[in-house]
Write a protein that binds this ligand. Structure first.
Ligand code: NAG
Ligand code: NAG
Ligand code: NAG
Ligand code: NAG
Ligand code: NAG
Length: 562
């Protein structure tokens, strides 16, 4: 029920979660996965347009493989090379956790092939529990019950924990409910929805292709998955790229404090970029970064006491502190896409008009039960599967509300977005399902092929320091720094990064240590600058690859199935 007409507005919501490059594709609708028989080998059926689909049966519990199984939805954008040149599958994970690899590859497989080359199958899979893979993580019995639990606007999925004195205890109590429902309704299944098992599934997928070693590109949470794979199966690494790197020890201790190390740097790039661009390209311009920062702070403070009612032709809502904070945080993930728009919205807001900025956050009009009608067997379960994966992976967290407050206050010392991101700790404090014997580390080791590790200079949730640490965990791996703000290398187009990716896969060549790739885009493009980007890409026969732009069409579970 989504349409590309909704794309611009709704894509903003796509970022809501976290580490995310959530990928749900408009184009991934319209194929009936329930008709694809799941089996121990890959039997391909034509699907979407130019793709092939299959479902692979894997053990739900690898320690008791006969007991129950999961069926993994797999899609490939097939290699165009003759058999003699064929180089096998490259598996892609779009992050989340909970992002649909099927959706991402259906939307961007063709673009990825221009980067990696025609010799590969570009492969997306929905990690166990996610989207078209079955069984699916579902905490709620009905859509109505799900809608009742989640806030009316998806845009407030991270309630700012310092908004009121009640914010922490309320969110804590809600997440206790979420965790209790999960335990009561689906513990037997949910205990197996963990990253170590997804890594095992990736090995099965690779073997089902007839290959022994994994070729993989994982962004954001996909970096946790990649590092887990490399730690569990160091001798099964063919090519492995982690891009937008999350530190595994932080992840598995449900403490993402270090994830925020560069968040304020990303925000600073909004101020600095705006100054440099000038008032024509950046509507929220002021002569210095300090002034822009102060102007933003004034708006934020004013909204706290004065939320703004907004009524549009099709919907209504309140533009408040929470919406603004979430909006800014999410713009940091996709700055090349959203900074100019954010600047326009802020400028209008400063002039007393909340309409434009509210329309970016795009709380869509409530829809009836259309989702239910189109859904089976799919509803978008991104948040449910995301929380169950991260919290089921990690050590058990049993923080009380006051311990959460202390956690938040500590995180707030290193990031001004702690009030949002500390919500992950709250999610996990309610989660009550932790399988004995799941893999909790140690992470690292000597792999059969070195890893390519990519980090941006100012990524709001996966700092460069985590990329550097990953490289020390896996000796021989090399860090490629992309000189851009935004989350993962896909936040901006960089021909330089593309060429290193291609060389790594095709030729096994790692970049020289210390390589820094510039990007082809500007944060606040002027009328003339966008041309050179397109020109460079076309000279290299690259499709402009930006999976936000191409694929990350809203993950608005409640409003869209995709
Ligand atoms: C979380 O990590 C931060 C940074 O490493 C540390 O200061 C803090 O004590 C940790 N909190 C908990 C509850 O482990
Ligand atoms: C809202 O409705 C008014 C009156 O019908 C119309 O003039 C206007 O163009 C509409 N605005 C939008 C954004 O659709
Ligand atoms: C919440 O904390 C952030 C920094 O962590 C700060 O910028 C913001 O002003 C605080 N909000 C409130 C309502 O205190
Ligand atoms: C492939 O690798 C070899 C040896 O590492 C290197 O000399 C050569 O330039 C590489 N070729 C390409 C196209 O990158
Ligand atoms: C940008 O490209 C458009 C269309 O290709 C062209 O008309 C325009 O002159 C170009 N602008 C500049 C500044 O190169």
């Amino acid at each position: 029920m989504s349409s590309s007409g909704k794309f611009t507005k709704l894509s903003f919501l796509a970022a809501f979660l976290s580490f995310v490059l959530d990928a749900q594709a408009t184009s991934s609708a319209g194929f009936d996965w329930s008709k694809v028989q799941s089996s121990d080998s890959l039997h391909w059926t034509p699907c979407y347009s130019g793709f092939q689909c299959a479902r692979l049966t894997v053990p739900l519990d690898y320690s008791a493989p006969q007991k129950a199984s999961a069926n993994i939805a797999v899609v490939r954008y097939p290699s165009k090379s003759p058999k003699s040149k064929y180089l096998g599958p490259i598996l892609f994970n779009p992050g989340g956790p909970g992002g649909s690899g099927v959706g991402a590859v259906v939307d961007s497989g063709a673009a990825f092939a221009t980067v990696f080359g025609d010799q590969y199958d570009i492969v997306g899979f929905d990690p166990r529990g996610v989207s078209y893979s079955t069984p699916m993580v579902s905490i709620f019995n009905t859509e109505a019950e799900r809608n009742q639990f989640y806030p009316p606007a998806f845009t407030t999925i991270y309630p700012p924990l310092n908004e009121t004195d009640l914010a922490i205890p309320t969110q804590w109590a809600r997440q206790q409910i979420f965790g209790s429902l999960a335990k009561q309704r689906a513990e037997t299944f949910l205990q197996h929805i963990t990253t170590d098992n997804v890594a095992r599934d990736m090995l099965r997928i690779t073997e089902a292709f007839g290959f022994k070693k994994l070729q993989y590109w994982g962004i954001s949470y996909g970096s946790v998955l990649g590092q887990t794979f490399a730690s569990l199966f160091p001798d099964k690494v063919g090519r492995l790229v982690i891009d937008g790197v999350m530190d595994p020890d932080s992840w598995f201790s449900a403490n993402l404090t270090t994830a925020m190390l560069d968040a304020d740097k990303a925000l600073q790039s909004f101020f600095d970029g705006c100054v440099a661009a000038g008032p024509e390209a950046c509507a929220f311009h002021a002569p210095t970064a300090g002034e822009i920062s102060a102007n933003l702070a004034a708006l934020t403070t004013s909204l706290k006491g004065n939320p703004i009612p907004v009524v549009t032709n099709t919907s209504y809502g309140i533009f408040d502190y929470s919406l603004l904070r979430n909006l800014i945080f999410n713009a940091l993930y996709h700055p090349y896409q959203y900074f100019p728009l954010l600047a326009q919205g802020l400028a209008a807001l400063a002039a007393g008009d909340a309409g434009p900025i509210y329309s970016i956050t795009a709380v869509p009009p409530a829809t009836s039960s259309e989702c239910d009608k189109n859904a089976p067997p799919f509803h978008d379960n991104y948040l449910e599967s995301g929380v169950s994966t991260i919290c089921g992976d990690a050590i058990a967290v049993t923080d009380s509300a006051s311990q959460i407050r202390a956690f938040y206050e500590n995180q707030a010392r290193s990031s001004s977005f702690a009030e949002l991101f500390s919500n992950w700790r709250v999610f996990c404090s309610g989660w009550k399902i932790h399988r004995e014997g799941r893999f909790l580390g140690p992470f690292g080791g000597k792999t059969s092929f070195p890893l390519l590790v990519i980090g941006n200079t100012a990524d709001p949730v996966t700092p460069l320091a985590s990329a550097k640490r990953a490289a020390t965990l896996f000796p021989g791996s090399v860090v490629l720094t992309q000189d851009s703000t935004g989350h993962t290398s896909t936040a901006a187009q960089s021909t330089c990064t593309f060429l290193h990716l291609r060389q790594y896969f095709q030729n096994g060549t790692l970049p020289k240590a210390g390589t820094v790739c510039p990007v082809d885009e500007e944060l606040f493009p002027s009328a003339s600058s966008s041309n050179s980007t397109a020109k460079r890409a076309s000279e290299l026969h690259l499709l402009p690859l930006n999976i936000q732009r191409l694929t990350l069409i809203a993950l608005v579970y409640w409003y869209l199935t995709t």
